[in-house]
Design a protein around this ligand. Structure first.
Ligand code: URP
Ligand code: ZN
Ligand code: ZN
Ligand code: ZN
Length: 470
């Protein structure tokens, strides 16, 4: 009689604005009713559980080729299974343009990789590495109109880096087309200089990756990106911000009214540069090599302050998994000769939400509302998925994560679903775990295990809200 397919009953509904006891009624994959005493064809008892909008991980690398033959440990099947088990219902992976490649052909290639394999919904950010007149004049504008409304640019990595002139050109097109640019802000020449110096001194262990990717180089590039964005008058997102110094540049920009958004990641609250030492400076440290690298206790404290005070809009994983052993892994002959050959990136799509919940909410550093804002609502708003995604409201997709805030157990590689052969967070005690993930009303994971066949699709996205407000 109510016509509801499913009722999530007796839980505490949490949004970015409030928490309240209510049942959620689902019809045809959408939230149809929120209230008390709802009945439907099926029922899930959520008593004692939090009912959260499904996690949206806005920074995930899946099935990207590398220039050195290293193989990414997750494709769309294992990567999205892992995401679902970790409480996510949408992930935003990248379609990486190879130099010389048409951007459109690149996007089509990633659609082929993803088709039929996705356990969560997905939507691609573009990565522009070759901003030719054809790409900037025709392909990028057409793709933005087709719903690829965000793109990433790199200020470092030999095969990805754009120079300042190219950055300005991309920003100009982004302003005109209202595409949101994500910036990997690290100064390429400074990193190369430091790398050479360390190598000359015989300092080649993975540990020195952290010194070569100095926070000063990140700060400089962050300011340079901000200056370019100010010149062009375009909003940007500084992604994977690692510490206090780049944060100060972002705060400097915000104080001047510039639309500079910021993202940070689990590695900057749960790891430090010390982890890169491994066991006595050995290759074990390669497990923690990512860029920017984890910093120190002072930066960690700054990141927490930024998560609280709104300096950060986004908390994403930057999931970029490479195995630590075997063919195509981080451990290859060249990587043993210098940290500069160790593939950059660590896994984290499955552990992102538990780490922020446990270290943030359970330890009283951030509120539940802030947790939801950082991990679901803000990514939906900033990347053009709201209100279909990112909240619990009538008419929204019934993307929900049931969360038990009382369970304590350690992160353990053996219980993760990613394709990687290690987790950098092994043994970390976590209080608060997802117990069930629903995508458009259908269960896609239970108790840390993905369920059923891939049901996710690709989402065309709207223009970011940042272009609408002011
Ligand atoms: O080390 C990292 N983060 N690798 C992934 C690529 C990127 O820069 O986001
Ligand atoms: Zn990056
Ligand atoms: Zn990344
Ligand atoms: Zn273990």
């Amino acid at each position: 009689m109510s016509g509801l397919d499913l009722v999530i009953a007796g839980g505490t509904v949490v949004t970015a604005a409030d928490s309240y006891a209510a049942d959620i009624g689902i019809r045809d994959g959408r939230i149809a009713q929120i209230g008390e005493g709802l009945t439907g064809a099926d029922r899930i008892d959520a008593s004692g559980l939090l009912v959260l909008p499904g996690g949206i991980d806005a920074h995930v690398h899946l099935d990207q080729p590398t220039s050195d033959g290293t193989v990414m440990a997750d494709g769309f099947a294992s990567g999205t299974r892992s995401a679902a088990a970790g409480g996510n219902t949408t992930v935003l992976p990248f379609a990486l343009q190879i130099k010389g490649q048409s951007l459109r052909a690149c996007v089509e290639e990633y659609h082929r990789k993803a088709a039929g394999n996705c356990h969560t919904d997905v939507s691609f950010h573009l990565i522009v590495t070759d901003p030719t007149p054809q790409v900037l004049g025709q392909e990028l504008p057409a793709l933005v109109r087709d719903g690829y409304t965000s793109l990433k640019v790199f200020m470092t990595y030999d095969d990805l880096v754009l120079n300042d002139a190219q950055l300005l050109d991309v920003f100009e097109v982004a302003r005109r087309e209202r595409a949101l640019v994500m910036v990997h802000a690290e100064g390429h020449d400074a990193i190369k200089h430091l790398t050479r110096r360390l190598e000359d001194q015989g300092r080649t262990a993975p540990y020195y990756h952290g010194q070569a990717h100095a926070q000063i180089a990140e700060r400089e590039a962050t300011h340079r990106a901000i200056s370019h964005a100010q010149l062009i008058d375009v909003p940007i997102v500084i992604v994977h911000v690692s510490g206090r110094d780049p944060m100060e540049q972002i705060q400097w920009a915000r104080a001047r009214g510039l639309k500079v958004h910021a993202e940070t990641c689990p590695q900057y609250i749960a790891l430090t540069a010390e982890d890169l030492r491994g066991l006595n400076m050995d290759f074990e440290g390669a497990k923690y090599v990512c860029s920017p690298p984890p910093r120190d206790a002072d930066s960690e404290a700054a990141i927490w302050q930024g998560l609280r005070d709104g300096t950060f809009d986004l908390f994403s994983s930057d999931h970029c998994p490479f195995r630590i052993e075997g063919p195509g892994s981080k451990d290859n002959p060249r990587a043993r000769t210098s940290f500069k050959w160790v593939p950059n990136g660590i896994p984290g799509v499955e552990t992102r939400l538990p780490i922020l919940f446990s270290e943030g909410v359970s330890k009283g550093r951030i509120s539940l509302q802030r947790f939801v804002a950082l991990t679901s609502t803000n990514p939906a708003r900033l990347y053009g998925l709201y209100p279909q995604k990112g909240s619990i409201a009538i008419g929204a997709d019934a993307d929900l994560t049931l969360w038990d805030p009382t369970v304590t157990r350690p992160i353990c590689q053996a219980s993760l679903n990613h394709g990687c052969d290690y987790t950098p967070y092994e043994g970390m005690e976590i209080t608060g775990w997802p117990v069930r993930t629903l995508l458009r009303g259908r269960t896609i994971a239970r108790d840390g295990a993905p369920t059923g066949q891939p049901q996710g699709g690709h989402l065309a996205r709207a223009i970011s809200e940042t272009f609408e407000n002011g």
